[in-house]
Design a protein around this ligand. Structure first.
Ligand code: AMP
Length: 143
């Protein structure tokens, strides 16, 4: 199963912010869309950074709620690990585990085309395992 086929099932909407948006805007968007991370992009949809709910919790703990007025460009993670649509789930699982993050933006060339969360990865692994065990059951029954 490729990342591209997972994205097709998810629909094409990607929640993004521009670098000048504030951390408060990011919080609003995270809550509104019920998601865990937002990708920060430039006008051409090139990835500039990522802000996750973990960043928000850490920053409020360190600097208090005044940090919500800060532009996301000043607080986002800039070294974003990405993947491409032709990659497969195990590669992305490995990247998430190694980097200890739960979101991987998908880029085609240098344009953002989607995001894969750990929830998407788990969903697809569970479906795959269910398919495998159904196939094994069928095989045993018909053997
Ligand atoms: P998460 O587990 O995705 O909520 O993110 C945990 C931390 O990793 C936060 O500081 C994020 O900004 C950062 N992060 C999330 N996704 C990525 C990614 N794909 N590449 C680099 N850092 C990330």
């Amino acid at each position: 199963m490729t990342i591209s086929s997972i994205l097709q099932g998810k629909g094409k909407d990607i929640v993004t912010l521009t670098p000048e948006a504030t951390l408060g805007d990011a919080v609003k968007s995270l809550a509104q869309h019920r998601i865990g991370a937002i990708v920060v992009v430039d006008r051409r949809m090139a990835v500039e950074g990522i802000v996750s709910e973990r960043d928000v919790v850490r920053l409020i703990n360190e600097r208090g709620t005044a940090v919500l007025a800060t532009p996301v460009s000043e607080v986002m993670t800039r070294a974003v690990v990405t993947c491409t649509p032709d990659e497969i789930i195990p590669a992305i699982m490995e990247r998430m585990t190694r980097g200890r993050f739960r979101h991987v933006p998908v880029v085609d060339g240098d344009r953002l085309v989607g995001i894969i969360s750990i929830g998407d990865v788990v969903k697809h692994r569970v479906e795959e395992m269910e398919r495998e065990s159904a196939a094994l059951r069928d095989y045993i029954m018909t053997a």
